[in-house]
Write a protein that binds this ligand. Structure first.
Ligand code: ATP
Ligand code: MG
Ligand code: MG
Length: 370
């Protein structure tokens, strides 16, 4: 039997493990937090990502992957040469730094938002004009779910925003007037075989993904163009494993890449229940060199995230679980995490026989989840 090592033990590791087990694959997780979600469904080694003894255990697996981009690149470098590491540390180093990532995307032929690197105080001069007068200031590293981001409209706001982020290295991005947001996963095996996930449409709320829908309501040809860009990035970055591209779709039909996740993605969770191969199985297959195919739902489907939300009095608001269970086509996925405001606690997938029914059910489902 094969064993897959995963750096990180969050909900993505939980769901990778749930997809790996039926393939006869065991999962070994290295994760510092003893309460992390994957503890319940994988061998869970509770140690820092760079712990030599922990890395020795991962080196004994058939291949190693990650589920979290904030693992140190050194953890991957320390494993390279001992076990196939997919994606490689060099790819992780690109995708974990917003400016490096955008430069590498452009080198692969993909467009991005206009941006300026802000690393020292002098870099702020004229920066806002260079990106079009309004911007999003983002820390270059460690941001997720819209954390470490501030919208700025003037030089004064930019100064204050940079200070509020701790004056750490940042990128200032121009505000993209997108019509829609879509995402697409791409997997590439060590032998160079490429496979794609579905083009999914995403709606964010307060910087956090709220809803994903398949199929995306986009002009003809959009998916083919997204695939072309994803293939170019995968090939130019010598991907082994699976990555997900987030795109802005402009009113004229052009696609800009917002960012790249070096792994399965929240927008791909709907593939768990859409009837086709799931993104989790796709990552397991790509990383272990098992036969790979496009992963695409067989039915219209959607996903709504369950995020910790509180009312004005600071009381946790709960989804209407009974209502969700009673709604046809739903399936609940929980992550075994303690409640915290703004934290992703689970998601609900939804399937329907046709798009009109999906739209109706999705409205109902959204009304049941705060
Ligand atoms: P995650 O990794 O969880 O997706 P993140 O913290 O890396 O989140 P981004 O993807 O950079 O955040 O941004 C979150 C959302 O904010 C985007 O999906 C988009 O809705 C909006 N956004 C980000 N950058 C821009 C931009 N330059 N112009 C317009 N909207 C933006
Ligand atoms: Mg991100
Ligand atoms: Mg994002």
């Amino acid at each position: 039997p094969l064993t897959l090592g995963i750096l990180g033990g969050g909900q993505l590791a939980q769901m990778l493990a749930l997809a790996a087990l039926p393939l006869g694959v065991r999962v070994q997780v290295l994760e510092p937090d003893a309460q992390a979600p994957a503890r319940l469904c994988a061998e869970h080694l509770h140690a820092p990502y760079t712990d030599p003894a922990g890395l020795d255990v991962l080196a004994g697996c058939d291949a190693v992957t990650l589920e979290f981009e904030n693992v140190p690149v050194q953890a991957l470098s320390a494993l390279e040469g001992r076990v196939p590491v997919r994606p490689a540390g060099s790819l992780l180093a690109r995708s974990k730094h917003r400016a490096v990532e955008k430069e590498a995307l452009r080198a692969a032929g993909a467009g991005t938002a206009p941006f300026v690197r802000l690393e020292e105080p002098g870099d702020l001069d004229g920066a806002l004009e260079q990106v079009g007068g309004q911007g999003l200031l983002k820390t270059s590293e460690l941001g997720y779910d819209g954390k470490g981001q501030v919208r700025v409209r003037s030089a004064t706001e930019l100064q204050a925003a940079w200070a509020s982020l701790g004056s750490v290295p940042c990128v200032l991005e121009g505000v993209v007037p997108f019509e829609r947001e879509v995402s697409l996963g791409v997997a590439r095996s060590a032998s160079g075989q490429v496979a794609f996930g579905p083009l999914v449409e995403n709606v964010h709320r307060s910087g956090i993904l709220r809803t994903s829908v398949y199929p995306a309501a986009v002009p003809e040809g959009t998916e083919a163009r997204a695939r072309k860009l994803a293939r170019a990035v995968a090939e130019s970055w010598a991907l082994e494993g699976l990555i997900t591209l987030e795109f802005f779709l402009l009113p004229g039909g052009e696609l800009l890449v917002n960012e790249v996740a070096p792994r399965v993605h929240n927008s791909g969770h709907l593939t768990q229940d859409g009837g086709g191969l799931s993104q989790f199985e796709a990552q397991v297959r790509a990383v272990l060199g098992l036969p790979l195919a496009d992963w695409r739902p067989l039915h219209p489907c959607a996903m709504v995230n369950v995020v910790g939300v509180e009312d004005e009095g600071g009381q946790a608001l709960s989804p209407d679980w009974a209502g969700i269970d009673a709604l046809e086509g739903t399936r609940v996925h929980l992550y075994h995490k303690a409640w915290r405001a703004g934290r992703k606690l689970g998601h609900v997938n939804l399937v329907a026989p046709d798009q009109a029914t999906l739209g109706q059910r999705l409205k109902q489902l959204e009304s049941l989840i705060p």
